[in-house]
Design a protein around this ligand. Structure first.
Ligand code: PEP
Ligand code: MN
Length: 362
């Protein structure tokens, strides 16, 4: 679908576009204190979750409508524009009633076309900027589908928020970024504003800058970061929130690139490719780690059944198949053979360690 997306929040739109504020509005005092400390930092939007989608019931599920009047006070006292997450018709109506400037769809909403459509229908005829987080699963079409539903409802100021994707393996992130996905979104919709939510990608404070910088290097338009006056006491997402002062330091340490000349454009493209390569290398490493874990399991299994490690028949089959398949992807037989030999050798080493390990007597 062809979309004519207008610049997000024109005419003030500047790069980088900065959104900050607490994960959740907890008390009037907490909301106002955060806003007053962020206002002098020239942020573009103040965020606070009023209705919180929590994984399990019993966690703090948001302060509800009462918090909207606190956001109205933020506007009155600081002049900041405010944004909150909406997930159904009632949220939309309440948010509009209280003068919320921008709304966003959370990752758990984007994943469900029924909910996205409900929000889109509730917004029909209202010209309010909308930000759409990626769905929790790495499905670019679902993300684009949500953007299209809002666009078809008449919303023309749309931004996408990249907050990472659920992942079951070991990773340093709370939600792995899979940068290729937002990069592809940007390729398909060059005018779409893309903002990185480094807080939900990281889930921790120590790598917030690294992820924000990576997004800037990839030419993202801005950041959304969770900021709380006393992060450790936060009622939701405590581990990833930072103080207004720490946020100021974070922004000051970020390097903003300005892609103007042809040369810079070239360097930037090169950067994109390199980031993608780093990402793939990390995935390759993860996969190799997983493969070796399987080798360990096989080693234990063979040991129990007293079977030799090397199964020449199986090894020849793997090698032959890989050489054919590799050829189809432009990989030379020499390369396929040498990489597979190295992997196979490492597997054998793993199995040998497992098979020769002395059982610890219980
Ligand atoms: C949030 O922004 O606090 C939030 C709930 O994020 P997400 O929808 O990305 O999980
Ligand atoms: Mn949060």
């Amino acid at each position: 679908m062809k979309m004519n997306i207008n610049p997000f929040m024109a005419p003030d739109h500047k790069r980088p576009f900065i959104i900050a504020g607490p994960c959740s509005a907890e008390t009037e005092e907490q909301v106002l204190k955060t806003a007053h400390e962020l206002a002098p930092q020239n942020i573009d939007l103040f965020r606070a979750g009023i209705w919180k989608p929590r994984t399990r019931p019993g966690s703090f599920e948001g302060i509800g409508t009462e918090g909207l009047s606190w956001l109205r006070r933020v506007k009155e006292e600081t002049g900041l524009k405010v944004t909150t997450e909406v997930a159904n018709t009632q949220h939309v109506f309440e948010a509009l009633k209280y003068g919320i400037d921008v709304v966003w769809l959370g990752a758990r909403t984007t994943v469900n076309p029924f909910s996205v459509q409900e929000v889109a229908d509730a917004l029909k005829g209202v010209d309010i900027p909308v930000m759409i987080k990626n769905p929790i699963n790495p499905d670019l079409k679902l993300w684009i589908g949500a953007i299209e539903r809002l666009y078809k409802a008449g919303i023309t100021q749309i931004a996408a928020i990249h907050r990472g994707f659920s992942y079951h393996g070991e990773t340093k992130y709370r939600n792995i970024p899979r940068w290729q996905i937002p990069i592809e979104l940007k390729r398909q919709f060059p005018n779409l504003t893309i903002i990185v939510d480094n807080s939900h990608i990281c889930g921790r404070r120590d790598i917030l800058l690294e992820v924000a910088q990576k997004a800037m290097d990839l030419n993202f338009d801005g950041i959304m970061t969770e900021v709380h006056p006393t992060p450790d006491d936060a009622w939701s997402d405590a581990a990833q929130q930072i103080t207004p002062l720490q946020f100021k330091a974070l922004v000051s340490e970020m390097v903003f690139r300005d892609p103007t000349t042809d040369d810079v454009e070239f360097l930037e493209n090169l950067d994109h490719l390199r980031h993608e390569i780093d990402e793939i290398d990390e995935e390759l490493l993860n996969l190799l780690g997983k493969r070796m874990q399987l080798a360990d399991s096989i080693g234990r299994y063979k040991k129990r059944n007293n079977i030799a490690i090397l199964q020449p028949q199986r090894w020849s089959e793997i090698l032959e198949k890989a050489i054919i398949k590799g050829g189809l992807k432009g990989l030379s037989p020499e390369f396929m053979e040498s990489i597979l030999r190295a992997i196979h050798q490492e597997s054998i080493n793993h199995q040998a360690i497992v098979m020769n390990a002395k059982e610890i007597e219980a």
